[in-house]
Design a protein around this ligand. Structure first.
Ligand SMILES: O=C(O)/C=C/C(=O)CC(=O)CC(=O)O
Ligand SMILES: [Ca+2]
Ligand SMILES: [Mg+2]
Length: 403
């Protein structure tokens, strides 16, 4: 354990090996500041960098992480090393203590200005379950599934900060046994527990990004809840894919955990058979051993293991750009619903209630198939850090409100 002038509990999710970045404000003040949670506090990085006259201070004044993201890996490392030095060397204690704000006093905001948003479908267990539920008469995995990471382009403008209420969407739906569609509020509102990847360094139009260049472009990782209206989805999504069923809100966690904080979480991921095309091969391990937890009204309903994901984030980035599509600073792409092999590891209510046929009973006696108005969903995760420490991801939270 690194010694610091701060009081840090041994088991804090925000220790000196984590140091994720987010955006916060204090009280009613409108100013949005870049912050780094550490223990029970947030270091106001915007003011700390100004105070210490750090060379990177100008990257931290816009109220979003984008300028820092665009600066690239050398700057990311310089900032991270500076923050560690400030928090560990006692000569900084008096100067920086005034820039620590108790976590309980901050309001967090959307940390990035989202450029494009893409969502994948890369959990084999999820794809198998969704296939069995949605297409009981078809082959279980689509024929392309093991050849490419399936994805779709989502709606960047409706990516929202954790805590933003989610208004139940209206739309068309047609139950299987109905002759005609009807219109109204979704009756099958669902969650999808996912992991998000935030792009920092842009790429050139016409030039694919290889799996080897993943860490030269991707800044870090967050948690995503890809709210999904299953009834709207089932009626609208063929042949072009999800449209309004998933575009009304996508919630992200407040702190972006840098790839450098996840060194001890890197795993190989499951074997891939057939062997993928050359452009999808990775020599480095980019699976991540994140233990995710999904809570409904405070009750743990699922524990999806991200390490079981079939396609990793480096492969997804290579696939996303293989046609020459370029990256922009602030692009967000999500893993797809994370589901493990066991029933208690399913990352959606669609799967947990098996298409609504097997309601869940919560510890307080309530039952659920899909979400009811007033329900609160919280997704959290931890990853292994050095020396038995845990790297925490702040919760992504949302409450359903009636339309
Ligand atoms: O298999 C289907 O028909 C539908 C699958 C999904 O809704 C999942 C999706 O959006 C992608 C993902 O999150 O894995
Ligand atoms: Ca999804
Ligand atoms: Mg969405």
């Amino acid at each position: 354990m690194t010694v610091t002038w701060l009081e840090l509990a041994d088991d804090t999710p925000f220790g000196l090996d984590n140091l994720p970045y987010g955006v916060f404000s204090v009280g009613g003040a409108p100013q949005r500041r870049i912050g780094v949670p550490v223990g029970d506090h947030v270091l106001d990085l915007t003011s700390a960098a100004a105070e210490t006259a750090a060379s990177f201070a100008p990257l931290l004044t816009s109220g979003v992480l984008n300028p820092l993201l665009a600066a690239g890996p050398a700057t990311w490392r310089e900032v991270r090393e500076s923050v560690r030095e400030w928090l560990t060397e006692t000569r900084y204690a008096d100067q920086l203590r005034p820039h620590l704000v108790p976590l309980t006093e901050v309001t967090t905001h959307l940390p990035i200005e989202v450029a494009d948003y893409v969502d994948f479908y890369s959990s084999e267990h999820h794809a198998l379950n969704a296939g069995k539920i949605f297409r009981p008469d078809a082959v279980e995995l689509p024929p392309n599934w093991k050849h490419l990471p399936i994805g779709y382009h989502g709606r960047a403008g409706t990516v929202v900060a954790s805590g933003t209420p989610v208004v139940r969407p209206h739309g068309q739906r047609k139950p299987r046994n109905a002759d005609t569609p009807s219109f109204g509020p979704s009756q099958r509102l669902d969650i999808e527990a996912e992991v998000g990847f935030v792009v920092g360094v842009p790429s050139t139009l016409g030039t694919p990004v290889s799996t080897e260049d993943f860490a030269a472009h991707v800044f870090g990782v967050c948690l995503v809840n890809d709210w999904s209206a299953r009834d709207i989805q089932a009626w609208e999504y063929q042949p072009l894919g999800p449209f309004l069923a998933k575009s009304f809100a996508t919630s992200v966690s407040p702190w972006i955990v840098p790839l450098d904080a996840l060194e001890h979480a890197r795993v190989a991921g499951p074997p891939q058979d057939p062997e993928p095309f050359e452009y999808l091969r990775t020599s480095e391990k980019w699976g991540l051993d994140l233990a995710i937890e999904v809570r409904l009204n405070g009750h743990l309903v699922s524990s999806p293991p991200f390490a079981t994901q079939y396609w990793n984030a480096a492969q997804q980035l290579a696939h996303l750009t293989v046609n020459g599509a370029s990256l922009r600073t602030g692009d967000l792409y999500a893993s797809g619903t994370v589901t493990g092999p066991e029933p208690h590891q399913r990352g959606s209510l669609l799967e947990l209630s098996w298409g609504g046929r097997e309601p869940l009973t919560l510890p307080d006696g309530a039952t659920r198939t899909f979400l009811e108005d007033g329900d609160e969903v919280t997704i959290s995760a931890t990853a292994p850090g050095p020396n038995g420490t845990r790297i925490g991801f702040g919760d992504v939270r949302g409450t359903v409100v009636p339309s």
